[in-house]
Ligand binder design. Sequence first.
Ligand code: HMG
Length: 390
Amino acid sequence: MTTPIGIHDLAFATGSRVLDLSVIAVRLGTEIEKYTIGIGQERMSIPAADEDIVTMGAAAAKQIIDRHGAEGIRTVLFATETGIDQSKAAGVYVHQLLELPTTCRVVELKQACYSATAALQFATALVVCDPRQRVLVIASDVARYELGSSGEPTQGAGAVAMLVAADPDLVVIEPGSGVFTSDIMDFWRPNGRVTALVDGKYSIRAYLQAVENAWNDYSAQGGFPISEFNRFCYHQPFTKMASKAHRHLIKTAGGDLDPAVLDAQIAPTLKYNRVIGNTYTASIYLALLSLLDSDEELDETKIGFLSYGSGSVAEFFAGTVQPGYRKHLRSEENRSVLAARVPIDASEYLTWHERRDPTELGDFALPNETPGPFRLAGFTDLKRDYAVTQ
Ligand code: HMG
């Protein structure tokens, strides 16, 4: 019998500020129902001035290291669409902030919102080779679109960290997956831009097409039949996209299209994303956390995961929730983190939106704002200076 491998621990962090989408609706003269019902979003997390993908990723990973220590971690995989350097991997800063052993490899992965799933699969493969090893996977992103663009209400910020190990406490990742790649331009962010460019309607069609193809490949590879899955986690640029994708998947796979059944299969996965917004690479694993933190009893539940990253790459794979998983969650703390975010108004939101990293050599200090354990203190000659706050 092969050793089961999967997600041993899962933690998240997000921007410490929060914007109610009514602020954007008022500015754009849009009915709020377009957001709350039409795309299924209520609020979005916004990073404070001294928060970024590194501080969020490190804050998520710290919870894992505090609980399990660093023993066996010889690899850190950092997935992001919002990289902060063309050369240096963001995970190297996290490695230093968490004081991980030097006997470690650290690398960054990119493919829009998909790369955290590549990281998870690479991590499971490393643990297959040596089940004593544990791999720290971090997914962290800040989603920013142009003001007034169709994507503006779908911004957000957040990170998840996963400890991938043998005999995991939370979710076994089942062998086998369905994959799909297609060179398209539905969403992209050329070098030098902090805001993404997107062909919104086309991106929805492309996502649905990728769902279909990834599932078809999963079936061709001999995966579980659709009837064996009870819950589904999707990449969620906005929660209504998960509903669209789910209906499309079940239609493709020949499952039960009763709207009440479809809703029950994904509703608990939507709660966190609805109030955090798009977190790109982290989004599908935030959906998993939302599901695990829900009131449902999920022992032995088979979950279907559909990961999509524009451009585009998609993957369908299966996970099985482990008996007793509840003992290993941080549900109350997670809800407290969301509730503790500081609401910002229209002018603070616009200030955040205009924020750019410095482009000139010299010293640049950032205000001390974050309540989190790490902060981006500033820049010295375009080098990022991170600090431990607690
Ligand atoms: P839009 O074009 O402004 O909105 O932006 P719309 O007119 O299509 O309306 C959206 C929905 O709201 C529609 O429902 C309307 O009927 C409804 P649907 O037909 O879709 O079911 N609606 C209302 N409902 C209730 N009351 C009202 C009302 N008014 C309208 N008063 C769009 C929508 C998604 C295009 C936009 O938000 C966008 O461009 N978002 C960014 C792109 C995106 O998220 N794409 C998703 C697929 S690609 C992906 O997931 C990858 C990504 O995360 C990037 C990565 O991989 O790195 C983006």
